[in-house]
Design a protein around this ligand. Structure first.
Ligand SMILES: *[C@@H]1O[C@H](CO)[C@@H](O)[C@H](O)[C@H]1NC(C)=O
Ligand SMILES: [Ca+2]
Length: 244
């Protein structure tokens, strides 16, 4: 209430002063009619003191929206996420290229035993092993051409066979194993003819068992014959080796 009174007073004072200053000195103002007729204007008063500052004004209207600012700095790396669900199995790939050929196995040679041999002439001596000296095959040397005997190096089942040309005399021949005749073949020779006799057998042999052919019987039955175009041969080979 007191402040309002002061403001009103201040508003009133300049108004009076202004009237005094805007009017040039010496200008005659019509004298009011009445008791004060004939007065002379006084000296203008001193300017009043500055008033106290006014109240704060009202808030202004909001300004225009500013321009978009620069992008901020990259933030720190985040935490590792959880492992995702395992995906479905992919399609089957193409077949790979074939690998290198392996080295030859040792066992393949160990279990080889074979021979095939022939006569080079007539047999004249009976009751001794027949010596076949024409070698078709004797890679392992399990057949000995100096004795005419095959010696077993690999225990197992063996196949033996012989095909003999018979000429001039009958033939009685046996296949021997360990000094025992196992197989007998007899061919009667017919005059002015060339006959053949043959035989084959499977025998199980142990190491060092020997097998050979020999003319048997008391008589003169050694009509075994061979020349360049009429062979008499003996063959043998391992069919299965023993597994234990
Ligand atoms: C051996 O066989 C041939 C025919 O291939 C024959 O000409 C020859 O006379 C035979 N040898 C003997 C001793 O008969
Ligand atoms: Ca005959």
């Amino acid at each position: 209430m007191l402040l309002l009174q002061a403001v009103l007073l201040l508003l009133a004072l300049p108004s009076h002063g202004q009237d005094s200053t805007t009017e040039s000195p010496g200008v005659l103002i019509p004298a009011p009619k009445g008791a004060c007729a004939g007065w002379i204007a006084g000296i203008p008063g001193h300017p009043g003191h500055n008033g106290t500052p006014g109240r704060d004004g009202r808030d202004g209207t909001p300004g225009e929206k500013g321009e978009k600012g620069d992008a901020g700095l990259v933030g720190p790396k985040g935490d590792t996420g959880e492992t995702g669900v395992t995906g479905a199995e992919g399609p089957r790939g193409f077949p790979g290229s074939p690998g290198r050929k392996g080295e030859p196995g040792e066992g393949a040679y160990v279990y080889r035993s074979a021979f095939s041999v022939g006569l080079e002439g007539r047999v004249t001596i009976p009751n001794v092993p027949i010596r076949f000296t024409k070698i078709f095959y004797n890679q392992q040397n399990h057949y000995d051409s100096t004795t005419g005997k095959f010696r077993c190096n690999i225990p197992g089942l063996y196949y033996f066979s012989y095909h003999i040309t018979v000429y001039m005399k009958d033939v009685k021949v046996s296949l021997f194993k360990k000094d025992k005749a196992m197989l007998f073949t007899y061919d009667q020779y017919q005059d002015k003819n060339v006959d053949q006799a043959s035989g084959s057998v499977l025998l199980h042999l142990q190491v060092d068992d020997q097998v050979w052919l020999q003319v048997y019987g008391d008589g003169d039955h050694n009509g075994l014959y061979a020349d360049n175009v009429n062979d008499s041969i003996s063959t043998g080979f391992l069919l299965y080796h023993d597994t234990n």
